[in-house]
Design a protein around this ligand. Structure first.
Ligand code: HSE
Length: 401
C-alpha cells in the first residue's frame, strides 16, 4: 500500500523514520506492505536516504491512484485543508497530526471521508503519542463523558515544572526553554493557551459528537503566573498546571483553558516536564488517565503511523467517528463555581468581598493570600472589577477534599 507524506519537517520525517525502522512489524500488523512512495516538500534534501521520493508538486500525489493513504504533517490550516479535502475526495485516506486543521474542519473532513468510504484519522493531533482520540471514539463509547481535564501542552507544563523546581520567574524560565529549543521563538500559541484550546475543542467535540468552535472557549494562559504563586502552591503541597477542561454541568457543557491549582490526590499531579496527561471521567467507567509524550518527532510520528496502519486495515470501509457539523452550544462559564486561590494587597477587605476564607501562611511581604469557598465566574469577575488590590487568582481543582 503506497503512502505519501505531505511535509518533511519534524513530524513528517519522523513518520518516514518509523515506517522504515519498524517496517517488518508494521507490515504484519497492517496485513500488507506499507511503503512511502512520495514526500511533498518545498525544499530539496540532498543526501537524505529518501531524497528520491521528494516531489514539489502536490498533483503528482493526488493524481497517482496507487497512493491510498496520505499523511499530512505540514501544520496550519492552509493549504493543508485544500490538500486533505482533495485527497479524501479522490478516495485516499488521510492521517494527520494537524490540530489547527482538525479543530476547524474535522467534522467536515470526516463527513467527506464517510461519503468516499475512506478514513480521516487524527490520533496525533491531541496528546502527541498518547492514545486519546481512539479511546474516545472506540473504547469509551459505553460511557457518557462527564469531564475531560488535560495537560495538553508540553511547553507550558515544562515551564511550570521548572518554575516550581527552581523557584524562577516565568520570563527567566521561558528564555531558558527557548535557548534549549523546548519553547518556540514565538511562544504565544503555547503560553497564551491557544494550542491547548484547539486540543480541548477537538476532545470536547468527540466526547459530545458535535462541533465545538475553539473561538467559543474561554482561554487564559500562564503568563500571569508568578514565582510567588508557585511559592504558595509549594507551601500547600499543591501544584499549578494549565488545563484544557470540559465538563458537563447542570447548565450544559462548559469548556475552558486556564491555570488550575491541584492537590496531590489529583491524577494529573505527577504529570511534569514536557509530559502530557489527560484525565477522563465517564459516568460508568469513573476516572481514567492517559499519560505520555504529548509532542516530539517520534512519539507524534508513532501515533500518525498507527493511524496509517488502521487506514490499511480498514481499506474500503470507514471507521465510524461521531462528530457532526452541528454546533454544540457551550454553556457560558459565568455560572461555573470554583474555589479560588487569591492574593491581595494588605488592607484589602477580604471578609467583605469574599466572606469566609481560609487564610494562608504569608509567602511574600505586603500581601495576604487565601482560599475562597466556591465562587462563580460571574461573581468573581464582578468583585475583581469593583475592587482594587487583587494580585492574582488561580482556580482550584482539588480531588482530595
Ligand atoms: N507546542 C506543542 C506543545 C506541540 O508544547 O505541546 C505539540 O502539539
Amino acid at each position: 500500500m503506497n503512502v505519501a507524506v505531505l511535509g518533511y519537517g519534524t513530524v513528517g520525517s519522523g513518520v518516514v523514520e518509523v515506517l522504515t525502522e519498524n517496517q517488518d512489524s508494521i507490515d504484519v500488523k497492517a496485513g500488507k506492505e506499507i511503503r512511502v512512495k512520495y514526500i511533498l516538500d518545498l525544499r530539496d534534501f540532498p543526501g537524505d536516504p529518501h531524497e528520491d521520493k521528494i516531489v514539489h508538486d502536490f498533483k503528482v500525489i493526488l493524481e497517482d491512484d496507487s497512493v491510498k493513504v496520505v499523511v499530512e504533517t505540514m501544520g496550519g490550516v492552509h493549504p493543508a485543508y485544500e490538500f486533505v479535502k482533495d485527497c479524501l475526495q479522490r478516495g485516499k485516506s488521510v492521517c494527520t497530526s494537524n490540530k489547527e486543521l482538525v479543530a476547524v474542519h474535522g467534522a467536515e473532513l470526516l463527513s467527506i471521508a464517510r461519503e468516499k468510504r475512506v478514513n480521516f484519522l487524527f490520533e496525533a493531533s491531541v496528546g502527541g503519542g498518547i492514545p486519546i482520540i481512539r479511546p474516545l471514539n472506540q473504547s469509551l463509547t459505553a460511557d457518557k463523558i462527564l469531564e475531560i481535564s488535560g495537560i495538553l501542552n508540553g511547553t507550558t507544563n515544562y515551564i511550570l515544572t521548572k518554575m516550581t523546581e527552581e523557584g524562577l520567574d516565568f520570563d527567566t524560565v521561558l528564555k531558558d526553554a527557548q535557548e534549549k529549543g523546548y519553547a518556540e521563538r514565538n511562544p504565544e500559541a503555547d503560553v497564551e493557551g491557544y494550542d491547548a484550546c484547539r486540543k480541548i475543542a477537538i476532545l470536547t467535540s468527540l466526547a459530545h459528537g458535535k462541533q465545538v468552535d475553539y473561538e467559543d472557549i474561554y482561554t487564559e494562559g500562564i503568563t500571569k503566573i508568578t514565582d510567588i504563586d508557585i511559592k504558595y502552591a509549594k507551601a500547600m503541597g499543591t501544584s499549578i498546571k494549565i488545563f484544557g477542561m470540559s465538563r458537563v454541568t447542570e447548565d450544559g457543557v462548559i469548556a475552558m483553558v486556564a491555570p488550575f491549582m491541584i492537590d496531590k490526590a489529583h491524577p494529573l499531579f505527577p504529570v511534569n516536564d514536557v509530559f502530557n496527561g489527560i484525565f477522563v471521567k465517564g459516568n460508568m467507567l469513573g476516572d481514567a488517565m492517559f499519560y505520555g509524550r504529548g509532542a516530539g518527532k517520534l512519539p507524534t510520528a508513532s501515533a500518525v503511523v498507527a493511524d496509517v496502519v488502521d487506514a490499511a486495515k480498514h481499506e474500503g470501509t470507514t471507521i465510524m467517528t461521531i462528530w457532526s457539523q452541528e454546533k454544540l452550544k457551550l454553556a457560558p462559564i459565568d455560572g461555573a463555581k470554583f474555589r479560588r486561590f487569591v492574593r491581595v494587597r494588605d488592607g484589602f477587605n477580604i471578609a467583605g468581598k469574599f466572606g469566609n476564607v481560609t487564610v494562608l501562611e504569608p509567602q511574600a511581604e505586603g500581601e495576604k493570600a487565601f482560599i475562597t469557598r466556591p465562587v462563580s465566574e460571574a461573581d468573581y469577575k464582578k468583585t475583581a472589577e469593583e475592587t482594587d488590590g487583587i494580585l492574582s487568582m488561580i482556580r482550584l481543582d482539588f480531588k482530595g477534599q
